[in-house]
Design a protein around this ligand. Sequence first.
Ligand code: GAR
Length: 204
Amino acid sequence: MLKIAVFVSGRGSNLQAILDAKSSGFLNVEVAAVFTDRPDSGAVERAKGNSIPVWVICKEKKSGSVSNEELSGLLGKLKIDLIVLAGFLKLVPESVIDHFENKIINIHPALLPSFGGKGMYGMNVHRAVFNSSAKITGPTVHFVDKLYDNGKIIAQRAVDISDVNSPEEIAERVLKVEHELLPFVIKKIEEGKVKTINERVVVF
Ligand code: GAR
């Protein structure tokens, strides 16, 4: 069974989608740990409600939290197979990226490589999409490298927004699709159906 760690900063609806997919039998994974930079987030509440151990990440060493330096060792000790960034807004420390090459995925609420990069998270993304007058948006799941929203794209879904009146309406439509796309990609990884061939990630 795939052992996953979920990194969160926000309300945790994508974490919930993973837990629901597990409860329904769609996913055969163990959510072994939740890591956060925001101990007061809704996502942490959800993790605790599901008896999932939570660790708070802090750049420097501080009692009661895991430092960047300690993080990859701890993930190794927990025997984590896959790290899922589900609304995690910080850069993952380089040492973790080095130890977990192609084993870290992120969900982003727009069609990368557009509307990504530093500062492009949550409603900032949807506002930029709305102001651009784009007619299609949608979530992207990609591998994580050392830059924001830069790793190879695994899967995307198109969402028609030609008739929306606000960024909030875009957010609502995209989030619904995120909750399907993230468990779908985790399942494909669990089944060994995600491969990199000739520079492209192929999902079988
Ligand atoms: C999601 O929309 C996710 O795509 C986005 O944050 C939200 C978290 O919601 N992530 C980013 O913007 C990363 N660049 P959640 O806490 O309810 O899962």
